[in-house]
Design a protein around this ligand. Structure first.
Ligand SMILES: NC(=O)c1ccc[n+]([C@@H]2O[C@H](COP(=O)([O-])OP(=O)(O)OC[C@H]3O[C@@H](n4cnc5c(N)ncnc54)[C@H](O)[C@@H]3O)[C@@H](O)[C@H]2O)c1
Length: 263
């Protein structure tokens, strides 16, 4: 599978991984739809893209998941069809369960889970009709195992796997693909933007995120996984091993995560 001439819709394209995907894919002669809440930032990403005539901007807020059918209609008008939806937009969280307001749990579920599900469900009938289409979902290693101070985030990311594994099974007959991408640490502003116990942003970077993969390196590995139509890809440094340790030795993973003194 090549990306050439494909119409690729990327959410969360105004920064971090989404921006990195936009810049890299714009070199590969595909048509891009860039989405996030911030229209101005999306236009600025578009300016940095190659082949700008093939790049369109469409603002959306995943928290307003009831509006996703309308958003999909608008997206379909931009290039006439869509080949790939990269569900990348999301927010993280850093706070102990005991202090975390239920509003924070709700917000994480709304943006990371319900928004992503609603957008994908709104696009699904088009994919079914054309008997083709590929949903890519940027989950996290935190969608496969957990870590302290990320309860809402881990809950929302784990839930994505339940939903999209089902979608993959129900629509194999329609040739619809699903690739779950599970990043480890990637050096973006995700920790700065993470919500704390009262819903305010953390506002500073985590050491582990800062020492994570560079976005350009991560994006190249992610695009390879999509091309191979992988069901699931774990992309990061040694933290990736956690997936396998959890599967076979869950108590060992528990001890290792606590020993790593995550914050
Ligand atoms: N960076 C990491 O270490 C890491 C690790 C695992 C998973 N991830 C996942 O990668 C994805 C991208 O994150 P990032 O690291 O680039 O961080 P980031 O904060 O730079 O990017 C997040 C993007 O999502 C968008 N977004 C947030 N809320 C939105 C909403 N309500 N509606 C529409 N768009 C919204 C933001 O505008 C931004 O474009 C997220 O799903 C995140 O959970 C990141």
């Amino acid at each position: 599978m090549t990306f050439e001439n494909k119409v690729i819709w990327i959410t969360g394209a105004s920064s971090g991984i989404g921006k990195g995907l936009a810049l890299e894919l714009s070199k590969q002669h595909c048509k891009l739809i860039l989405s996030s809440r911030h229209q101005e930032q999306l236009f600025s990403v578009k300016k940095d893209c190659k082949n700008q005539e093939n790049v369109q901007v469409l603002a959306l807020d995943l928290a307003h998941y009831a509006t996703m059918s309308l958003v999909v209609e608008k997206a379909m008008q931009l290039f006439g069809h869509i080949d790939l939806l990269i569900n990348n937009a999301g927010i993280s969280q850093r706070s102990p369960i005991i202090d975390t307001s239920i509003e924070v749990d709700k917000k994480l579920m709304e943006i990371d889970y319900l928004g992503t599900v609603a957008l994908s469900k709104a696009l699904l009938p088009y994919f079914i009709k054309s008997k083709t289409g590929h949903f890519v979902v940027v989950s996290s290693l935190m969608g496969k195992f957990s870590s302290p101070y990320r309860s809402s985030y881990c809950g929302a990311k784990h839930a994505l796997h339940g939903f999209f594994d089902t979608l993959r099974m129900e629509h194999e007959k329609n040739h619809i693909k699903v690739t779950m991408i599970c990043p480890g640490f990637v050096n973006t502003n995700v920790a700065r933007n993470a919500l704390t116990a009262d819903g305010s942003k953390q506002g500073y970077q985590d050491e582990m995120t800062e020492n994570g993969l560079e976005v350009t390196v991560f994006v190249k590995r992610m695009l390879k996984a999509i091309q191979k139509e992988k069901f699931e890809a774990y992309i990061g440094k040694s933290e990736v091993l956690g997936v396998y340790v959890k599967r076979f030795f869950p108590k060992l993973l528990h001890k290792l995560v606590l020993k790593s003194k995550v914050t």
